[in-house]
Design a protein around this ligand. Sequence first.
Ligand code: C5P
Length: 295
Amino acid sequence: MVEVLVPSKVNLALLVGETDAQGYHRLGTVFQAVSLHDEVTVRATEPGVFRLAFRGEGSAFLPTDDTNLVTRAARLLAATYDVDAGVEVLVRKHIPVAGGMAGGSADAAATLVACNELWGLGLTVAELHPLAARLGSDVPFLLNGGTAIGAHRGDRLEPIPTAGSYHWVLALSHSGLSTPAVFREFDRLSPPRPTEVAPELLAALASGDVARVGALLTNDLAEAALSLQPDLAEVIRIGDQAGALGTVVSGSGPTIAFLCDGEELALRVADALRVSSRVRAVRRAVGPVPGARVI
Ligand code: C5P
């Protein structure tokens, strides 16, 4: 048996450009891995059998058949390296489902790491990258963790130095948003934008100036996410009024991430959000943290 802990992510900047021939958008993004983790356990079973179960946060809504990214990750690794094995995967979920925090991608990244260990393949993170990119645009980042620029579809990564720690309050929504639907709404509402990440944001991260990072948080998908879930505007207002240093829609939403410079402010923002009927649940997390790793 092998157990892997995998973080979720927030996008500190998400800049959306032109679409390519496959309909994917060129992105300029800054990912940060945060300490809201899923746990993925794998056990050997009869060769050719791939079984999956979920427990916890949102697990009732997740498919457990071969369409799930977790099963696809295990099958892809086995097929690529000619492994004649079978595996049972259990995912204990804490990352919101369809929340814009890359929960599905995180579980797929964790499965690659766990099966690599279970099958004794000895592959490095760099060797797992091409498989991760085939599974989804966010999967490679969840292997790496930390803070990184993501270019192309978000899958070409460049780690960036940061100082300080970033305290996040995450407001979870009553219902999820589909990433393709949010990108379609973006296309309906706005023309493509430039995708170069602001040097000021990178400088603020390097010096650990959390207030400045907060002021520079940006997401081109925010307007589309708010168009699909108008109640999010009220959630943003509550966190801003409670004194958050910055606010951003996480990925394609609907989770809203509020940046704070320490526990005291984070607790105040969390308390303000918790009483709103528009917020299903509030989580706190810190970043940056490492990517998927065996525990
Ligand atoms: O790569 P992944 O399968 O996670 O992407 C999910 C969906 O998000 C894609 O099918 C596409 O609609 C949209 N997407 C996009 N441009 C990107 C990444 C994702 O349009 N760079």
